[in-house]
Write a protein that binds this ligand. Sequence first.
Ligand SMILES: O=C(O)CCC(=O)C(=O)O
Length: 299
Amino acid sequence: MNVSPAPAPLVRLSPEWQDWLASNLVRGCVDADLQRMMVDGGFDAQFARVAISVVRSMTERVQQQAPALLAESAGARYKADPIRLPAGARARAHDRDIDIGFTLSDPNVALLINVLSDDECKRLIELSAGKLQRSEVVDRATGRVEISGVRTSEGTHFAIGENEIVARLERRLAAITGIPMENGEPLQILHYRPGGEYLPHHDYFDPLDSGSAEHLRVGGQRIATVVVYLDDVAAGGATTFPTLSLSVRPRRGSAVYFEYFNRSGDVDPRCLHAGAPVQAGEKWIATKWLRQSAYRQAA
Ligand SMILES: O=C(O)CCC(=O)C(=O)O
């Protein structure tokens, strides 16, 4: 009896298989399942493993770049108002002078130096260290907050004016931006360990997302963010703005300030930003989100 030899295992990815692989990776399928299906489909096991890893890394790179490209084209339609900081190199708060290291106009971004003293930074870290919990993000469709791989940090909050340092910081920020203190959300403290990061995101609530209405009800839209660095980071951990090719390195007491809402009621997608992975050491920041009007959380 003549037995025909088994066909040689496939070692080439046809365009159909490339599409199949990319779409299943985007859907979140795991490598082992994909490899099994490819081997069942006649592929060499080793070839399947390598093909999955190559297509995965290409897909992830496109997924990271796409938000920046989309933000850039959408941002072309946004017109920023003049930045809400004094014109000089130094902004005078009630108890302290804050230096303005640089400003970008439209989109509006600035580096603030000397927002907090070394002692104030250290004390805020001490006060937060015992009450940290895994950070959450807002689900854009439902508006609910949940744990996500987008944000691998831990954090906590301080109520408005909860202690003397928080109150001082809130007063300083109101003095230099002119945005009333009552428009601020509670101060958020974040702690990242090595490898911890926050993938590119916007701080405003996108008016097109069904989950945003709930968050806009009190205080309206977020209009600006201040990220204060509570410590230096040994390596990595910069706040990056992929659309602007801008990277701000953490330095204790400094802050990056950015605005993304204009008087016409538009939001600026170019303020897409991320916390880059911490490579060595730890990263501590205090984030203050400022709203259109008074922000009071339900009791
Ligand atoms: O970790 C950072 O540098 C950025 C933090 C951030 O994006 C945020 O708190 O909204």
